[in-house]
Design a protein around this ligand. Structure first.
Ligand code: ADP
Length: 298
């Protein structure tokens, strides 16, 4: 079934899902390949580049793994994959096992990116839409994900080939997570992401406002460098859940550059705690959807 055309009848509306679902009725629908069974995919989207989408994707995947969920992280940014750098995997190459590609593993987290398939990490990928759609389809079906509770998918910004291809090709339940910064210019592009999801009938799990204020480590005073509240305002305007704000913290940039996830390496900091609250809202929202769909199925 093509997710963007007809949602599963027993799941509430719009590509909703069952991350924690033990019901065979729901999980049997969540098949992405002959040997893969993904209960719920989360496509991390943004209207603009540089708003922290990949940072959110990496840390969401790491936090879900740390909480015991079987998790995969798929980077579908074909032209500018940043997940390998953020996890210090720039020089790692994927191996094939028969017809399948083995994902790279960090602990229990399984990861795939186009960068793992290139001869040289610095090679540019100069591909048109159909080639990108083909490789995204292969990432979903030919990577040996096995059984996953969540597949977090980091999509390039905007509403172009990659998010369209992935939303058309995921076969199990999935939702979009939209990341923005507080400024009006970013909020304007978020409206396009929301419109994209509505037109493709994709459930939006919520909006996260990143780079929302800067707390001075010296005096603890908060400065709204990029103003604040744009993400929440847009969420309210469109009736989408607002999941929370992540402040600017230089430690996040340092952790990304070093190839570590701040939610793990800085787990005691207020910013990591704020992020974990966002993660728990995402898992709760998915569980609520699951309960709704199981009740409908009974
Ligand atoms: P995108 O995927 O939207 O292009 P990235 O996740 O690559 O954005 O983030 C862009 C840069 O901003 C990275 O260097 C990242 O480490 C940094 N960054 C993201 N979020 C924050 C934050 N809350 N505080 C400080 N730096 C951040």
């Amino acid at each position: 079934m093509n997710k963007n055309s007809t949602p599963p009848s027993e799941c509430s509306e719009k590509g909703s899902a069952c991350s924690n679902c033990s019901s065979a009725t729901c999980s049997e629908k969540a098949v992405t390949g002959a040997q893969n069974k993904v209960k719920h995919s989360i496509v991390v989207m943004s209207g603009k580049g540089g708003v922290g989408k990949s940072t959110v994707a990496v840390n969401l995947a790491m936090a879900l793994t740390a909480e015991g969920y079987k998790t995969g992280l798929l980077d579908i940014d074909i032209h500018g994959p940043s997940i390998p750098t953020m996890l210090n995997l720039q020089n790692t190459r994927a191996l094939s096992e028969g017809k399948l590609i083995s994902p790279i593993e960090i602990g229990d987290l399984k990861i795939m990116s186009i960068a793992f398939l290139l001869d040289n990490a610095r090679d540019a990928v100069i591909w048109r839409g159909p080639m990108k759609a083909g490789v995204i389809g292969q990432f979903l079906t030919d990577v040996n994900w096995g059984e996953l509770d969540y597949l977090v998918i980091d999509s390039p910004p905007g509403t172009g080939d990659e998010p369209l291809s992935v939303c058309q090709q995921i076969k199990g339940p999935f939702s979009a997570l939209i990341v923005t910064t507080p400024q009006e210019v970013a909020a304007a592009d978020v409206r396009k992401s929301i419109d994209f999801c509505n037109r493709l009938n994709v459930n939006i799990v919520g909006i996260v406002e990143n780079m929302s204020g800067f707390v001075c480590p010296g005096c603890n005073c908060e400065t709204h460098i990029f103003s604040s509240g744009g993400g929440e305002k847009t969420a309210n305007e469109f009736g989408v859940s607002f999941l929370g704000k992540i402040p600017i913290d230089p430690a996040i940039g340092v952790a990304s550059d070093k190839g570590s996830a701040f939610v793990i390496s800085q787990s005691k900091t207020p910013v990591a705690k704020a992020f974990l609250q966002i993660v728990s809202q995402i898992t709760e929202a998915c569980a609520d959807k699951c309960n709704a769909c199981c009740a409908t199925a009974e």
